[in-house]
Design a binder for this molecule. Structure first.
Ligand SMILES: [Zn+2]
Ligand SMILES: [Zn+2]
Length: 69
């Protein structure tokens, strides 16, 4: 898989992660890492335990919902 954000600029960079928001492949340069609480409540109220307390987002998702929200 290639980095989706790089594909848009005609650059082919191997993806090292998947955006947890949209599922796009992202390279290290485009991965936005957020330390999140161990338990996250989503929109329907079902808490999700994240063992590593970490989420990775692509640039687009990071702009839409910055870390800390
Ligand atoms: Zn995304
Ligand atoms: Zn990239």
């Amino acid at each position: 898989m290639l980095c989706y954000d790089d594909i848009k600029t005609n650059t082919q960079t191997p993806a090292v992660a998947l955006c947890s928001g949209c599922g796009a492949g992202i390279c290290a340069a485009h991965a936005h890492e957020c330390a999140s609480p161990t338990v996250v409540s989503n929109a329907v109220g079902a808490p999700t335990v994240r063992p590593d307390g970490r989420t990775l987002h692509c640039t687009t998702c990071h702009r839409a919902a910055p870390c800390g929200r």
